[in-house]
Ligand binder design. Structure first.
Ligand SMILES: Cc1cc2nc3c(=O)[nH]c(=O)nc-3n(C[C@H](O)[C@H](O)[C@H](O)COP(=O)(O)OP(=O)(O)OC[C@H]3O[C@@H](n4cnc5c(N)ncnc54)[C@H](O)[C@@H]3O)c2cc1C
Length: 393
């Protein structure tokens, strides 16, 4: 892979070893049980994976997007639910690194440096998913604090996070203009959670509603200025979906392919294996090809993000393409894996069936694929005649 340095390959090996030893043997149980994946949590704490994005200035490795993508992809080949421990955590950590004041970084990073604290991201509300610009959770200023009330839905990590990066309405501005971003600590009075959602997949990732009843949050916990939350979301947080959701989808697709290939190579009674059937081998060839195409788009987009200098609209376009292409690919690969595996996937608690459901979930979350298409389509009106694509990588 031309984009990967020896540091990237070293990290990938470290995560792969951890996954092979501590996650893969239990993946089916983790993906099936509707509870916090403690085993994965402990393994990630030991390797400090929750703090991979911690800046060097605060004692961390300051992993770049490509490193984070490799971590999320590798874990997701067997347990996407486990990846949902470290993906939102590093996304929030990096958001603080990129937007926090010196005081905020000192305060939050001194607590998070240990690499054992999950962090959550709270944008969606019961009536505002894709339409997040109209969110209704309200923060009313009172002295040096806000009093926050409302309901957030589908909060990945539920009650298990240390801080919740929460998007709230602080001003009367039309739609997105009145939105601010607050870091709310778990122990804040008035903060509570509903039971875990009974999702079709990703059972090992706890997802709950979050209720805020007059929660007092210091203004000092606001990232960027009042009313700048939407800009923070679109300019800083959204690009992370390439190493987050897109890499999860890529990993899940690779995991499904691995299972299908193993199944097809297995010798059946009579001495032949399915891979000898041309129809089956063509399915596997298509799966492999689509996964490689998705991987190239992902890694190149991460590399451009890390290098910097690309036009923001072009960067936004590539990130959206990577997210919807990777998760649509995962869904296609899931269907093809089902054709190869037959009854071995039809069993509801098989890892293949679990990963099938994961693929659908990733098409929906972190900005639905239709919304990603809208972004790519909208930007076509602006991109320059050469297609706007950055050359040289
Ligand atoms: C497993 C999982 C984990 C999640 N974790 C989090 C989390 O940690 N934090 C968080 O804030 N949210 C989280 N979410 C919520 C997720 O981001 C939302 O589900 C997503 O944004 C879509 O919102 P919605 O479900 O309300 O669908 P809707 O917005 O109601 O959309 C329904 C359908 O209509 C389409 N659609 C909507 N608007 C348009 C449009 N303008 N043009 C074309 N098509 C459109 C969508 O593509 C979608 O297919 C999670 C969701 C899932 C499934």
């Amino acid at each position: 892979m031309p984009f990967l340095t020896s540091a990237h390959l070293g990290l990938k090996k470290r995560v792969q070893d951890l996954v092979d030893k501590l996650i893969a043997p239990h993946a089916k149980d983790i993906e099936g049980a509707s509870q916090f994946p403690r085993r994965a949590y402990k393994a990630f704490c030991r390797e400090k994976l929750f703090a991979l994005a911690m800046p060097k200035s605060h004692g961390g490795p300051e992993a770049d997007s490509l490193s984070l993508a490799l971590m999320v992809e590798t874990i997701s080949t067997v347990s996407p639910s486990s990846a949902l421990l470290v993906f939102p955590s590093n996304a929030v950590l990096r958001t603080i690194a990129l937007t926090g004041t010196a005081d905020q970084k000192d305060r939050f990073f001194s607590e998070l440096r240990g690499g054992d604290q999950p962090l959550a991201f709270c944008l969606t509300e019961p009536d505002h998913g894709s339409d997040a610009g109209n969110l209704a959770t309200r923060a009313v200023a009172e002295g040096a604090s806000y009093l926050v009330s409302g309901t957030k839905s589908f909060v990945t990590l539920g009650p298990n996070a240390r801080y919740y990066l929460t998007f709230v309405r602080t001003g009367p501005g039309p739609r997105a203009a009145g939105i601010s971003a607050l870091l709310i600590p778990r122990e804040a009075e008035g903060l509570s959670f509903g039971p875990p959602e009974k999702k079709m997949g990703l059972h090992g990732s706890v997802t709950s509603q979050m209720y805020l009843d007059q929660v007092r949050v210091p203004k000092a916990n606001r990232l960027w200025g009042e009313g700048e939350g939407w800009r923070l979301l679109t300019e800083v947080a959204n690009p992370m979906r390439v190493w987050g959701a897109a890499s999860m989808a890529l990993g899940a697709a690779q995991g499904l392919f691995n299972l299908a290939l193993k199944h097809a190579r297995r010798e059946k009674s009579g001495g032949h294996s399915l891979i000898g059937q041309q129809a089956v081998s063509f399915l596997l060839a298509d799966m492999r090809t689509r996964i490689e195409a998705s991987r190239s788009l992902n890694y190149r987009t991460c590399a451009l993000l890390d290098r910097g200098g690309a036009h923001p609209r072009e960067m936004e376009t590539l990130v959206s393409m990577a997210k919807y292409y990777a998760s649509d690919t995962a869904m296609q690969v899931a269907g093809m894996a089902g054709e190869v595996m037959g009854q071995a996937m039809a069993v509801g608690d098989s890892l293949a069936a679990r990963l099938f459901c994961v693929a659908k979930g990733i098409q929906i979350f972190d900005g639905s694929n239709q919304v990603q298409r809208l972004i790519v389509a909208r930007n076509l009106a602006y991109v320059n005649e050469n297609g706007g694509a950055e050359q040289g990588l």
